[in-house]
Design a protein around this ligand. Structure first.
Ligand code: NAD
Length: 442
């Protein structure tokens, strides 16, 4: 099939490249000339494991093209995906201005009948409004809703092996075309779920709301465990074996971030208020998360007291999660803000996200290429993102490099006794603080 994808970001680029991989010809369109130039030069504007190979292979085979020219990109396409950003507006609602700009451009430039597929995460009712705008085109344009469930860090895998594909359509013929497009990725009994556009739009918000709820739930339990002398890891094991509860997404930490959960939860709250049914659970989930982003800073303040302003701290992990360079709403940035405000000097390391953080903070931080480099002369280490390479550090090397031996672990990467056995004070989430030569002290 011939496809176009408007918006070549984390979702659009992965989607376009993966559709090209199954033999479709795809034009990826973006208004950002710098991105398009990079992609045409064989470089990626984002870090996503495995993506460079897929993009390079499909460019070489002549199936994947990049342009800033929307009329040119959509001209051959039978299906046009909209994958532009839908960030949070000042009032918490989803800002749809880019979606409308693209819909209007499609209405103006469509050169024949097409299926327009909204892949961006959008409030319920967007499909209907988009259809009204697209009705101005000279040719009939169907509008389908096809929310995306990929996870940054595993996006290529998620795109080529989705748990399910959800499409919202008004005509079954449109679903049939999309099912044919997705068929190569749904061979192993993965469902293709057809529903109304409203249900498809709501499905995406409900999925993210459920996942965010699990995170805020376990974080609240973790804070209670800490206060009450219980260990959240034991509690996690104790509840996770119950098949009704399970283990996924019940990891305590420093709160969720990224470009989706925070804004999607707030958009859902806004939507609920609009229809006069306040979303009490979601409001609590959002509040708990905001507070959780401060937990590590609170522990750091409590540890150093009045001396904090004279300290130098190392930070491992800046991306909102491992295997991505995305720092949008990252908990690490909340920590950086809090510590800079206290006058702390920060030596930061992230395997992929340093460039994006440098663009925000410039020379207010010291950027280190290696995890151990960040520790040189540090009075403590804060771990914010659970990159694989932080899981088994050499505590003896760390001990030699650091001025004071204390770790504030926002991801519970270690058994509490391990850092303590190497002479570290070890603070983590929902567990007792452990100290060298002592039992945990709560
Ligand atoms: P992004 O910011 O990485 O990418 C959006 C792209 O759209 C940018 O490259 C931007 O330059 C481009 N763009 C903006 N206006 C344009 C225009 N008028 N014409 C052409 N291009 C334009 O965003 P993203 O993370 O890929 O998210 C896109 C959508 O997918 C959002 O609605 C998001 O909520 C949703 N989503 C994201 C993820 C994720 O993990 N990032 C997962 C599922 C769903």
């Amino acid at each position: 099939m011939k496809l176009a994808v408007v918006g070549t970001g984390y979702v659009g680029l992965v989607t376009g490249a993966c559709f090209a991989e199954s033999g479709n010809e795809v034009w990826c369109i973006d208004k950002d000339a710098r991105k398009v130039e990079m992609l045409e030069g064989g470089r990626l504007p984002i870090y996503e494991p495995g993506l460079l190979e897929v993009v390079a292979r499909n460019r070489r085979e002549g199936r994947l093209h990049f342009t800033t020219d929307l009329p040119r990109g959509i001209a051959p396409a039978q299906i046009v995906f909209i994958a532009v950003g839908t960030p949070q507006s000042a009032d918490g609602s989803a800002d749809l201005s880019t979606v409308w700009a693209v819909a209007d451009a499609l209405a103006a430039h469509a050169n024949g009948p097409k299926i327009v597929v909204v892949k961006s995460t959008v409030p319920v009712g967007t499909n209907r409004k988009a259809a009204e705008r697209l009705a101005r085109a000279k040719f009939p344009l169907d509008v389908a809703s096809n929310p995306e469930f990929l996870k940054e860090g595993a996006a290529v895998e998620d795109c080529t092996r989705p748990d399910r594909v959800v499409v919202g359509v008004r005509r079954p013929e449109v679903a049939a075309v999309l099912q044919e497009l997705y068929a190569p990725y749904l061979r192993t009994e993965r469902p293709f779920l057809v529903m109304s556009p409203e249900s498809a739009e709501m499905t995406k918000y409900a999925a993210n709301a459920m996942l965010a709820t699990k995170i805020s739930f376990i974080n609240e339990m973790a804070n209670l465990c800490e206060r009450l002398g219980a260990d959240v890891n034991d509690v996690r094991r104790g509840i996770g074996h119950d098949a009704r509860i399970g283990f996924p997404f019940l990891f305590p930490g420093v709160g969720y971030g990224g470009s989706c959960f925070p804004k999607d939860i707030r958009a859902l709250i806004h939507l609920a208020n609009e229809v006069g049914l306040p979303a009490h659970v979601m409001e609590a989930v959002d509040r708990v998360n905001d507070r959780q982003k401060q937990v590590l800073a609170d522990k750091i303040r409590a540890h150093y007291g009045a001396a904090l302003g004279e300290k130098t701290l190392a930070v491992w992990g800046l991306a909102f999660k491992p295997r991505t360079d995305d720092v949008r709403e990252a908990p690490a940035l909340a920590l950086v803000e809090a510590l800079l405000a206290e006058g702390v000097r920060l030596r930061v390391h992230d395997p992929e996200a340093t460039g994006n953080v440098r663009a925000l903070y410039g020379d207010r931080l010291t950027y280190c290429d290696r995890p151990y480099g960040a520790l040189e002369g540090a009075d403590g280490l804060a771990i914010v993102t659970e990159w694989q390479e932080f899981r088994n550090p050499d505590f003896e090397v760390m001990r030699r490099l650091m001025r004071e031996r204390v770790v504030f672990d926002g991801r519970n990467l270690y058994e509490t006794k391990t850092p303590a056995a190497h002479g570290f004070v070890y603070h983590s989430i929902g567990r007792k603080t452990s100290r060298p030569g002592a039992e945990g002290d709560g």
